[in-house]
Design a protein around this ligand. Structure first.
Ligand SMILES: [Zn+2]
Length: 380
């Protein structure tokens, strides 16, 4: 192809293409002796030259397209080199990888928990065996149950999830969960999809909605309305959205969220949260490392249990409120908790202790004098 295109591009005489084509023909079909040496008619010559021009244009276009793609592809390699630092280890203290047994067990436990949460039960079991990690059956049980029900839901089997939701009804209601209603609704919709012969069954199943009448009145009205179109077929009615497959994904999501919060588990495993946070923090840490090295102040970051600066991880990683003392500009902690003064202003205990003068405290915001012992600890 490359040789042929070069030849075509290199010549402007249409007849030279003809010789090229005829030499190509020779290899397959024996030439007809009667036509050899016969000059081409004017029309044929024109058609041939037009054809050759077309081929030439196409090849030129291909060549320029290829050039474009090649330049983009070659840029990918450079982008990878630029964005991936081969020395990521530099931001992690070597001590982290020290094979202290306790640390290793914590890491293994986090991996096992993640695998259980992802439903990879056999891999988790294997890891437990190989690392001689002893996992309590009580620890495993919630994950096993969760995965059994989720697997059934993925196969569009509502039975186990309904059973679970009914047995946990009270606690689900306390959570303001609509899981049980959504499961009953899905069962009802499946009956509707069965056509007129399922009408009686659907009507009798509708009594399951009774406990949810107040909270889900609108949705129940929609389902009752859809009964009118049962004979015509739900898929041809204005209610065809009820048959949408996205309802299954929604149910799986609701079940995972509510069951996790009922079982005291986080929706995402601690390992995946740590990993995601690490991915956000890593570029910042790499920059800090570069700055520290440039200014030759390597002692600044000791790698102990803290980071050299605060790194913003986004709202998703906010788990609780924090309070920073307006006087000392430090985040409060258990040893230095926030204290509310009687005037209503809040400062940290360390700041309060520093402001005491002659057994009295003058609020730094309003000049109210007060007894330091009147301050009350605030818990967020
Ligand atoms: Zn005050």
């Amino acid at each position: 192809m490359a040789d042929c295109s070069l030849d075509l591009l290199g010549s402007s005489n249409p007849l030279s293409h003809l010789s090229l084509l005829s030499s190509w023909d020779h290899r397959r079909v024996p030439p007809c002796p009667a036509l050899q040496g016969t000059p081409l008619s004017a029309t044929l010559s024109l058609v041939m030259s037009q054809c050759c021009q077309k081929i030439k244009d196409t090849v030129q276009k291909l060549a320029s397209d290829h050039k474009d793609i090649h330049s983009s592809v070659s840029r990918v390699g450079k982008a990878i080199d630029r964005n991936f630092d081969s020395e990521i280890c530099g931001v992690v203290s070597d001590a982290v990888w020290d094979a202290r047994e306790q640390q290793q067990q914590i890491l293994q436990m986090a991996i096992v928990e993640h695998l259980y949460q992802q439903g990879m039960l056999s891999v988790a079991e294997e890891l437990c065996q190989e690392s001689t990690l002893n996992v309590d059956l009580d620890f495993k049980q919630p994950f096993l149950e969760l995965n059994r029900i989720l697997e059934a839901l993925h196969e569009q089997d509502l039975g186990p999830a309904l059973e679970w939701a009914v047995s946990h009804r009270q606690r689900l209601l306390e959570l303001n969960s609509s899981l049980e209603f959504k499961l009953h609704r899905m069962h009802f919709i499946r009956l509707l999809a069965g056509g007129p012969e399922k009408q009686l069954e659907a009507l009798s199943y509708a009594r399951h909605f009774q406990p949810f009448a107040r909270l889900h009145q609108r949705e129940i009205q929609v389902m009752m309305g859809s009964l009118v179109y049962l004979r015509l077929g739900l898929e041809k009615s204005p209610y065809c959205h009820l048959l949408d497959n996205s309802h299954w994904a929604e149910i799986c999501e609701t079940f995972t969220r509510d069951a996790c919060s009922l079982l005291g588990l986080s929706v995402e495993s601690p390992l995946s949260v740590s990993f995601a946070s690490g991915c956000v923090a890593l570029p910042v840490l790499m920059n800090i490392k570069a700055v520290i090295e440039q200014r030759q102040c390597t002692g600044v970051w000791s790698h102990k249990d803290e980071l050299p600066i605060e790194i913003e991880l986004g709202m998703k990683c906010w788990y609780h409120s924090v309070f920073a003392c307006p006087i000392l500009r430090q985040q409060t902690s258990d040893s230095n908790p926030p204290i509310k003064l009687i005037c209503g202003h809040v400062i940290s205990r360390d700041a309060l202790n520093k402001l005491i003068n002659g057994g009295k405290l003058k609020c730094p915001y309003c000049p109210m004098e007060q007894n330091p012992a009147d301050g009350k600890r605030i818990i967020f």
